[in-house]
Design a protein around this ligand. Structure first.
Ligand SMILES: Cc1cc2nc3c(=O)[nH]c(=O)nc-3n(C[C@H](O)[C@H](O)[C@H](O)COP(=O)(O)OP(=O)(O)OC[C@H]3O[C@@H](n4cnc5c(N)ncnc54)[C@H](O)[C@@H]3O)c2cc1C
Length: 416
């Protein structure tokens, strides 16, 4: 029987939208992907976890990405002036990928978009608009949006995919219920130069006096992000540029970054980004990537969730796109997001790093030698993304963070 879904309109050509486009085009589905022509001066989502590498290979862009990105061998967590935790991907027991990349998003998105076009998709540089059909929860592209396709779509597509990222086009239009995260942080971010690294190429996470920061080494520059509650930031200036610059000068841990960072871009602000839709699909539409849900930037899980979700969604569509297939897709994404959320909560509460410390002190004990290899196989692979969708591994991290801290107080390593 022919697949009932023959034409798909994808709104948003970011990681989720472009990856889905490529999978569907390769299977012969007619796809149009809309992507707004305007871009901010810098885009977040630059650090990839190792589990994204097999997706890059499958999409056929790894070699190209390697050419303009920074090779990333691990992650460095700076918990205090003399307290540094280092994590090398190649040392992870049972890892199938022992490296990753930090990617400049402009080039990365261009690689994805070029591959989508090569696969036969119609790539439209323009803003797509949708409207509700009567009082139903069915939606359609506006006539002007259909016109943007220059005849590629002569009538409404069989399916509309909302991959518009944090714009959340359909969830806003349809007023879909969502779950907001417990943190109400703001992320300020800019590209800088003159920023030191502890381990070259690693993504660096520093536990600051307030909140935390990222340092993502990119060719010729450093992506720097500050994540903390907005009330704290407001004390450092009235504009986001002032707040960013003043906080960098203020924090004692950042003083150890060496030469003072010089900004190469204006500061960009992201807030209220912990948002997960409680519905993933409806009559003729489906959500993908950040539009479905995004929990927190701390473990660089966003692009993995986008690629993994796109793969699952392509399978659901190619299997007929019926209620059963879409429900399976929805359940998979919701579970994957929840797994990251749980681990992220343990980061903020201090339980995760306390567990690492306990692991270090127990390593040479009899119990440590007996159980160590098992934990070392499961725990780090949750962070590299290879086991972030595996119930046992994620459950083990959760159990250990709750039950195996001995008499250590996790609040000492909590994010303030
Ligand atoms: C502060 C912060 C830091 C982050 N850091 C990381 C990180 O280091 N690593 C990581 O993996 N993830 C990170 N993320 C998450 C990551 O950026 C996202 O998860 C990822 O980009 C999601 O991809 P996407 O395709 O769903 O959305 P996006 O990449 O946002 O793509 C959506 C696209 O849709 C387009 N669009 C929107 N509306 C329309 C419209 N109406 N018509 C046409 N086009 C439209 C937009 O222009 C955009 O190109 C971070 C997120 C935040 C908030």
């Amino acid at each position: 029987m022919a697949n009932p879904i023959r034409s798909v309109a994808i709104i948003g050509g970011g990681a989720a939208g472009a990856a889905l486009t490529i999978h569907l085009c390769r299977a012969g589905v007619q796809v149009v992907v809309f992507d707004r022509a305007t871009r901010p001066p810098a885009v977040v989502g630059e650090s990839l976890v190792p589990a994204t590498i097999p997706f890059l290979r499958e999409l056929g862009i790894e070699e190209e990405v390697a050419g303009y990105s920074t090779y990333k061998r691990g992650a460095t967590f700076v918990l205090g002036p003399d307290d540094v935790l280092n994590f090398t991907f190649a040392d992870v027991r049972g890892a199938t990928t022992g490296y990753s990349y930090n990617v400049p998003r402009e080039e990365f998105d261009a690689s994805l978009s070029a591959r989508a076009a090569e696969c036969g998709a119609k790539v439209v540089r323009g803003t797509a608009r949708v409207e509700r059909v009567g009082d139903s929860d069915r939606v359609r592209l506006t006539p002007e949006t259909l016109d943007l396709t220059e005849g590629f779509l002569r009538e409404q597509p069989d399916l509309i995919v909302d991959a518009s990222g944090r714009v959340r086009l359909l969830p806003n239009l349809l007023e879909l219920p969502f779950t907001a995260g417990s943190r109400n942080d703001t992320a300020l971010f800019a590209h800088c130069e003159g920023v030191a690294q502890v381990v070259e190429g690693d993504v660096h996470t520093d536990r600051l006096e307030r909140g935390w920061s990222w340092r993502i080494p990119l060719p010729g520059k450093m992506s720097v992000g500050l994540v903390m509650d907005s009330d704290t930031l407001k004390k450092f200036g009235s504009t986001i540029d002032q707040q960013f610059d003043a906080y960098l000068k203020h924090d004692p841990l950042i003083a150890l970054w060496g030469e003072h960072p010089r900004r190469l871009t204006p500061v960009l602000k992201y807030s209220n980004y912990q948002l997960v839709s409680r519905r993933g699909f409806g009559d003729g539409w489906v959500l993908a990537g950040d539009t479905f849900g995004f929990v927190d930037p701390v473990f660089s899980s966003g692009l993995l969730l986008a690629f993994d979700g796109a793969k699952q969604l392509s399978r659901a569509i190619l299997a007929g796109g019926g209620e059963r297939q879409m429900r399976r897709y929805e359940a998979h994404v919701a579970r994957h997001i929840r797994a990251w959320q749980q681990t992220i909560d343990h980061f903020y509460s201090g339980r995760l790093f306390t567990l690492f410390r306990v692991g270090e002190t127990m390593r040479e004990s009899l119990l440590g030698r007996m159980l160590g290899p098992h934990f070392e196989k499961h725990l780090p692979r949750v962070f590299t993304g290879e086991a972030s969708a595996k119930r046992y591994s994620v459950g083990l991290v959760d159990f250990m963070c709750k039950r195996a801290l001995l008499d250590n107080d996790p609040r000492l390593l909590a994010i303030r």
